[in-house]
Design a protein around this ligand. Structure first.
Ligand SMILES: [Zn+2]
Length: 391
């Protein structure tokens, strides 16, 4: 009896399985597809021909880059469904909006300084204004928007509501997706609200320091401190969507009061404002220069190094618990550069018992969140369009 081909079963046609593999592993050549599906090349060819004729796959010439042996063939990719997505990032003091197609290619973006923490209404209005400008410049319309992902700088649960009335207090109780949808003129069901650190992780994975990394922790160290987790290739949000509140790890039970109501939280020590306060104190300078420049002064560098050690002490516990491949440092504090990496690395080396983890700087800076938002929106919109095609 011939072996049963697991890809050709009663529950799914061979053509659907081929399509699923291309969507998962694209771009692929026909021989790679044969290997990945366990089918023969002659079995693959008619299925691919059918999918190309249906417009569900596209092909392009493979570059002769030496990575694939033999003569350059053609690469197969899933056809990108029509439509666009919007990514919104509400930072502590800015709003950014980007548009992308469903393949994740950016069509335009805008950002604007606004007090997001204390003026939710103004920030939401500004986001809608920026979205209109981005769409207009890209010659696209709201009708084409398939998905919106909005990142907010605080703990949001799975229903998209802020779960703390003291952290970014003006957002407390808002049905954020409804507010965004009403202002943009889209359906609220097409709007997802996510924590900004989680989106930073997805941004660095899509186009930055964590490319190709399946297990890592992204830290957004700015006004507050949040962590975004990617475990086994998937974002990890916890039981209620509330993972990553790293900033409220208590590092000194007798320490300063925190905006969460507790005392001695990590962010009372290493929030960007606290670090800048100490730099001002020791250098006697009132300059609001970028941290990357300030850190050239030895006294300022020592303060950043110490902040890194304190942050690294907590991250060592995270590394002990999760064994990540790398820890990506992002947010405003990461603008200090290597001094921060050195401080964090020292504590990880000292306190992470067996973890073998690399500490690196994010490469996307303050754009990590909005890039993560558009990447996630494009991924969800593609999945929805493909699932509708298969139905
Ligand atoms: Zn706190």
């Amino acid at each position: 009896m011939p072996p049963v081909d697991p890809w050709i079963g009663p529950r799914g046609s061979a053509v659907e399985r081929v399509l699923a593999v291309v969507r998962d592993r694209a771009p692929v050549t026909r021989p790679e597809l044969a290997r990945l599906t366990g089918m023969s090349i002659s079995g693959i060819r008619p299925l691919v021909a059918q999918l190309l004729a249906d417009g569900r796959l596209v092909e392009r010439d493979a570059p002769a880059d030496g990575r694939r042996p033999g003569r350059p063939g053609t690469l197969l990719e899933p056809a990108v469904p029509a439509g666009i997505v919007l990514g919104l990032d509400f930072g502590h003091a800015h709003v950014a909006v980007a548009a992308a197609d469903l393949g994740g290619r950016r069509l335009g973006w805008q950002s604007f300084a606004v007090d997001v923490d204390h003026r939710a209404d103004a920030a939401l209005d500004k986001a809608a204004e920026l979205a209109a400008v981005v769409l207009d410049r890209a010659a696209r319309s709201t009708d084409e928007v398939a998905r919106v992902v909005a990142g907010v700088p605080g703990p949001v649960d799975r229903a998209g509501r802020m779960r703390s009335n003291t952290i970014v207090s003006s957002w407390w109780g808002l049905a954020i997706a409804d507010e965004v949808a009403a202002r943009l003129g889209v359906d609220a069901a097409d709007v997802d609200v996510e924590n900004d650190a989680q989106l930073g992780a997805l941004g660095e994975r899509a186009a930055g320091a964590a490319a190709g990394c399946d297990d890592f922790v992204y830290v957004k160290a700015s006004h507050g401190l949040g962590a975004g987790l990617v475990l086994r290739g998937e974002p990890y949000a916890g039981a209620n969507g509330l993972t990553g509140e790293l900033g409220h790890t208590v590092v000194d039970t007798d320490g300063a009061l925190c905006r969460c109501g507790s005392r001695g939280c990590l962010e009372t020590v290493v929030a960007i404002e606290r670090v800048r306060d100490r730099i001002r104190f020791v250098t006697g300078s009132d300059l609001v220069a970028p941290l990357g420049e300030v850190v050239a002064v030895p006294a300022a560098r020592r303060i950043v190094l110490e902040a890194g050690r304190v942050l690294g002490r907590t991250l060592a516990d995270v590394a002990n618990l999760l064994d990540p491949q790398c820890i990506v440092l992002g947010g405003e504090l990461a603008e200090a550069g290597e001094a921060l990496v050195e401080g964090v690395g020292e504590s990880i080396g000292r306190f992470a018992a067996v973890a073998d983890v690399q500490v690196v700087l994010g490469t996307l800076g303050s754009e990590a969140q909005v890039i993560g938002a558009t990447a996630l929106a494009a991924e969800r919109a593609r999945a929805a369009a493909w699932s509708a095609q298969s139905a």
